[in-house]
Design a protein around this ligand. Structure first.
Ligand code: SAH
Ligand code: SF4
Length: 334
C-alpha cells in the first residue's frame, strides 16, 4: 500500500479517518478497503482505486510445515521473496527482501548471481509484512502474529538505506504495526557507510554482519565488497557502533566445506571475535551450486574452537531448504 498516497487522500478528511484507516490496514489486516466498514463508501472506493491494499503473492510451504516462502510480484512485474519461519517457542520470524536482486555478487549466494534490478520502496518492504500477517491470521488464527522481522532476504539493506529505515519506522510505529525495535534485525555484508549511519539511529534495531571469512584474502574471494570495505575497517565501524549504542552485534559465518571451515580458520576467527558484545552465529551453507556444506565433524570442530577461546558462538540450523527458502537460495527461480 502506498502510505504517502493514503495520507494525501486523508488530508481532506476529518482527523479520525486516519485512525480508522490505519486500524483497518495494520490491526484488522484487511486487503480490501470495503472491509474497513467505518469508512464512507465513496472513500472506500477512492482508496481501492488509488491506494490498493492488494499484495500479489504466491505461497510455498516446506514439508515440515514450518517455513513458508512467498513469491511476490511487484507492480512493475519484478519478483521478490519473503520467508516466514515458525518456531516451536511461538515466535514467527519474517525474513524480508530489501532489493530486487543484489549488486554485491557474493560467491555463495543465489541472490548475488541475479545481479541487481532495483531497490524496493518502503511500501514494498512493508507489504511483505502485511502479506504474511494476513496469511498467518487466515491460516492459523487471530492470535498468530509476526514477532520478528529480519532484513536477510534478497538484497543489501544498507545499499537501500533510507527506504529500509522508513520501513522500519512503519514497522515500529505504534499507530501502524507496533513491532518492537528490538525484534527487528538488519543484516549487512559490511557496508561501512551504512554501519556508520546506523550507529546514529535512535531506534534499538539489531545489527548483524555477514562475515563468512576471518581474513581479507579469503573474504575478498567470497565477497567482492571486501575489496572496498575491508574486514578490519568493517570491524572498526562495528566497534564504533558498539561504543555509541552499547548493543550486541551478531556476526554471521557460513560454513563451506574446504573453503572457510578449517581449524586454522576457526582460530583466526576466534582471535577477531573475542570481544564482549560480539556474538558469532555459525550457519550451515545451503547449496546454491558453487560449494558444499561443511561436514558435521568440521562444524563441531569449528564451534568448539570458538567456544574454547571464549567466543560467544551458536550454531543456527537452516529452514526451508526444500522450497529454496533458506538464506542465500532466494533468487525467484519461477
Ligand atoms: N545482503 C545482506 C542481507 C541478505 S543475505 C547480507 O549479506 O548480510 C542474508 C544472510 O544469508 C547473510 O548472512 C548471508 O550471508 C546468508 N547467506 C547467503 N547465502 C547463503 C547460503 N547459500 N546458505 C546460507 N546462508 C546464506
Ligand atoms: Fe547480496 Fe547478501 Fe547475497 Fe552477498 S549475501 S550477494 S550481500 S544478498
Amino acid at each position: 500500500m502506498k502510505l504517502e498516497k493514503l495520507q494525501l487522500i486523508l488530508k481532506d478528511e476529518p482527523g479520525f479517518r486516519e485512525k480508522q484507516a490505519f486500524e483497518g490496514v495494520f490491526k484488522k489486516l484487511v486487503s480490501d478497503w470495503n472491509e474497513v466498514t467505518n469508512l464512507p463508501k465513496n472513500l472506500q472506493e477512492k482508496l481501492n482505486e488509488q491506494c490498493s491494499l492488494e499484495v500479489d503473492g504466491k505461497v510455498f510451504e516446506s514439508k515440515d510445515g514450518k517455513t513458508f516462502k512467498a513469491l511476490i510480484t511487484l507492480k512493475d512485474s519484478e519478483k521478490i521473496e519473503a520467508v516466514l519461519m515458525r518456531y516451536e517457542d511461538g515466535r514467527n520470524s519474517l525474513c524480508v527482501s530489501s532489493q530486487v536482486g543484489c549488486a554485491l555478487g557474493c560467491k555463495f549466494c543465489a541472490t548475488g548471481k541475479m545481479g541487481i534490478k532495483r531497490s524496493l520502496s518502503s511500501d514494498e518492504i512493508v507489504d511483505q509484512f502485511l502479506f504474511f500477517a494476513r496469511f498467518l491470521k487466515e491460516k492459523f488464527g487471530e492470535n498468530e502474529k509476526i514477532t520478528n522481522v529480519i532484513f536477510m532476504g534478497m538484497g543489501e539493506p544498507f545499499l537501500n538505506y533510507d527506504n529500509v529505515m522508513k520501513a522500519i519506522e512503519i514497522l515500529n510505529d505504534e499507530k501502524a504495526i507496533g513491532l518492537g525495535a528490538r525484534n527487528i534485525s538488519v543484516s549487512t555484508s559490511g557496508i561501512i557507510e551504512g554501519i556508520k549511519k546506523f550507529s546514529d539511529e535512535e531506534r534499538q534495531v539489531n545489527l548483524a554482519i555477514s562475515l563468512h571469512a576471518p581474513n581479507d584474502e579469503l573474504r575478498s574471494e567470497l565477497m567482492p565488497i571486501n575489496k572496498k570495505d575491508k574486514l578490519q575497517d568493517v570491524l572498526n565501524a562495528v566497534d564504533e557502533y558498539i561504543s555509541k549504542r552499547k548493543r550486541k552485534v551478531m556476526f554471521e559465518y557460513l560454513l563451506i566445506d574446504g573453503v572457510n571451515d578449517s581449524e586454522e580458520n576457526a582460530k583466526e576467527l576466534a582471535t577477531l571475535m573475542k570481544k564482549p558484545l560480539y556474538m558469532v552465529n555459525l550457519i550451515n551453507y545451503n547449496p546454491t551450486g558453487n560449494f558444499n556444506p561443511s561436514s558435521k565433524k568440521n562444524v563441531d570442530r569449528f564451534l568448539n574452537v570458538l567456544k574454547k577461546t571464549g567466543v560467544n558462538a551458536t550454531l543456527r540450523h537452516s529452514f526451508g531448504g526444500d522450497i529454496k527458502a533458506a538464506c542465500g537460495q532466494l533468487a525467484n527461480e519461477s
